[in-house]
Design a binder for this molecule. Structure first.
Ligand SMILES: Nc1ncnc2c1ncn2[C@@H]1O[C@H](COP(=O)(O)OP(=O)(O)OP(=O)(O)O)[C@@H](O)[C@H]1O
Length: 301
């Protein structure tokens, strides 16, 4: 049975823009009244051109940014109202995989130490070491390699360590923020396959941000399209690619080479999934459901 893990209702994140004499004269609406839900075990692809608000939205969901307004539910709990201790407890269940694994890893720590670190608060030394070693093996870093430093690994191997570090905490949700865009094309598919395997074996839920629409198409059950801080279209992957509705989505898709249709394998169409998102979105007005689970913003931006 499908279970909703994350729900956003009218979530906004605005940044003040300081102009003359340090006075706030304008606001940048990086995320503007965004509503959708993500189900357990699902991969929701998040696309949009640079600056459309994808990373800010992801960071706000993880509570690394404080929402300006709106509601954010994680496993049924409204997160924006929690105190720091309660928030931390929930944040353990959410992790992030960054674009640049080199920047996110500590250059002075070995692969094993990097993965032990988040475990050390929760487990004794021996248990943390065993769990870290097992997780590294799961992502393909084994034997003497676990004692090497980030600079001694290739980009793909470093991303494997970054993934091990995120997954070892047994999270429910992972924000994958451009996890392959810094890697060689030849390595990208391996990392994507690793993410897919881990999702299947551990029941992970992904919000997958990427500029690479072919990859988003391959990995995502549904796709959300952002434009200037707003969600403009949301639907099953095949609908977004084959029958895009919003002018911006059409433009975005027309800018890429036609992706291999064989890659679009995971259209996500369960009735229940549709109902959950219908409820969330229909509250906001101004949306049309063009086909089952496929929503388009009516207003012009
Ligand atoms: N801390 C901040 N302070 C002020 N403005 C910010 C901050 N973080 C992001 N922004 C602005 O918010 C807007 C959305 O940025 P964001 O990084 O979320 O977009 P994005 O879609 O992820 O872009 P990219 O694909 O290039 O990563 C941009 O105009 C950005 O300059």
């Amino acid at each position: 049975m499908t279970k909703e893990l994350i729900r956003l209702e009218n979530l906004s994140k605005h940044f003040p823009i300081k102009k003359r004499l340090g006075r706030v004269t304008e606001t940048l609406k990086a995320v503007d009244h965004v509503s959708f839900s993500i189900n357990q075990g699902e991969t929701l692809g998040l696309v949009g051109e640079s600056g459309s608000g994808k990373t800010t939205l992801g960071r706000t969901i993880l509570q690394l940014e404080q929402a300006t307004s709106g509601e954010l539910y994680f496993d049924g709990i409204e997160m924006t109202e929690l105190n720091t201790k309660e928030k931390r407890a929930l944040q353990q269940r959410m992790q992030i995989i960054f674009q640049d694994p080199y920047a996110s890893l500590n250059p002075k720590r070995t692969a094993l130490e990097q993965v032990i670190e988040p475990l050390s608060l929760q487990f004794d030394k021996q248990e943390a070491r065993q769990r870290a070693t097992d997780m590294l093996a799961k992502v393909g870093i084994e034997g003497e390699a676990i004692h090497k430093y980030p600079r001694e690994f290739s980009g793909g191997q470093r991303q494997r360590i970054g993934i091990a570090r995120a997954v070892v905490m047994e999270p429910d949700f992972i924000l994958c923020d451009e996890p392959i865009s810094a890697l060689d094309v030849s390595i990208q598919a391996q990392i994507i396959n690793l993410l897919v395997d881990l999702q299947a074996s551990l029941g992970l839920t992904y919000l997958f941000i990427s500029h690479d629409l072919s990859m988003v198409r391959y990995i995502s059950d549904r796709i959300a399209v952002m434009y200037l801080g707003k969600l403009v279209e949301l639907g099953p992957t095949d609908k977004i690619f084959n029958e895009p509705q919003h002018a911006y989505t059409k433009k975005l898709l027309s800018a890429i080479p036609v992706a291999d249709p064989d890659l679009a394998t995971q259209a996500f169409n369960s009735q229940q999934q549709t109902q959950l998102n219908k409820e969330t979105i229909s509250n906001q007005g101004n949306w049309t459901e063009v086909s089952l689970g496929h929503f388009v913003l009516k207003e012009e931006i």
